[in-house]
Design a protein around this ligand. Structure first.
Ligand code: PRE
Length: 284
């Protein structure tokens, strides 16, 4: 039998790989250089499932993921994985002995943002170099003989033979990232842990500039007592002031309440697309 293939933002040692390893057993896992490359591969059927970062507790939405899913490629969201994020400062111990030796810090923009205060206070003079992922940053540091450091996780340190010079350098505790599981073949998504709940994500376009439109949208959820966990606006990219609303509801798409919301919003002139109805998995 052909193994299910799962794509992730690579290389090895990324947080996305941690999310994949914690939720999927033994399947074929394939690293992609960028989030769009991973999403495209799912859409073209080159892989069965893609896992991409969506939102971090400190830095907020991974806009590349949201915009790519709205504007370029529509793939159903079939799961969400929530992973605790601990950022460490990784170095080659044969080259860097103390923080003040470090001339450059490499990492993914979201990881850099999660450690701003630390960098500001401790590595003020080091240059920042943005990489496609934290795993890539660790790989670069391991291949360099320059006094540079990466920000990444413990798995990256062991994967690339780096030393953790300073642990937990993220600026706030309780750091978590949500990852989306994307697939056109939901029957292939077999997650090994127990789901902690369900969500539905809707993409809503307001009719035109109309007073009270957002209030009317929210009231369609409110009077049905539907609990929302996120509301976000993203540009439609058609002109200044034109926005989509992306709304997460804390329940699966049912037969009554959410179809009712959809019909009510469409009657108000909104366009409503269901981006997914899916289970949520917490990795501890
Ligand atoms: O670079 C990685 O390790 C990723 O998996 C990407 C990513 C992100 O895009 O938010 C994932 C989790 C962390 O928040 C930092 C980086």
């Amino acid at each position: 039998m052909k193994l299910t293939s799962i794509g992730y933002l690579g290389p090895k040692g990324t947080f996305t790989k941690l999310a994949v390893d914690a939720t999927f057993n033994g399947e074929h896992k394939e690293a992609f250089k960028t989030i769009p490359e991973c999403i495209d591969a799912v859409d073209k059927g080159e892989i069965d499932i893609g896992v991409v970062p969506l939102e971090n507790a400190i830095e907020g939405t991974v806009q590349l993921t949201v915009d790519y899913l709205i504007h370029q490629v529509r793939i159903p969201v079939v799961g969400e994985i929530v992973v605790p994020i601990q950022q460490h400062l990784l170095v080659r111990s044969d080259i860097v002995q103390k923080e003040s030796d470090i001339e450059e810090v490499h990492s993914h923009s979201h990881a850099i943002a999660q450690c701003h205060q630390y960098l500001h206070q401790n590595l003020h003079n080091a240059k920042i170099a943005f990489t496609s992922s934290t795993g890539k940053a660790a790989e670069i540091v391991s291949n360099s003989d320059q006094p540079i450091a990466a920000i990444g996780n413990r798995a990256a340190a062991s994967e690339y033979g780096l030393e953790i010079m300073k642990e937990n350098i993220h600026d706030y505790p309780n750091n978590h990232t949500r990852f989306l599981v994307l697939s056109h073949q939901p029957e292939k998504v077999k997650i090994k842990s127990e789901a902690k709940g369900d969500k539905t994500t809707l993409l809503i376009t307001l009719p035109s500039d109309q007073a009270g439109a957002l209030h009317q949208i929210l009231s369609a959820f409110a009077w049905r007592k539907l609990n929302l966990s996120k509301i976000e606006s993203r540009p439609t990219k058609t002109g200044l002031g034109n926005y989509f609303f992306i709304i997460d509801v804390n329940q699966a798409y049912d037969d009554v309440l959410l179809p009712g919301v959809k019909a009510e919003l469409e009657a108000l002139g909104c366009q409503v697309t269901i981006l997914g109805s899916y289970s949520v998995y917490d990795i501890l």
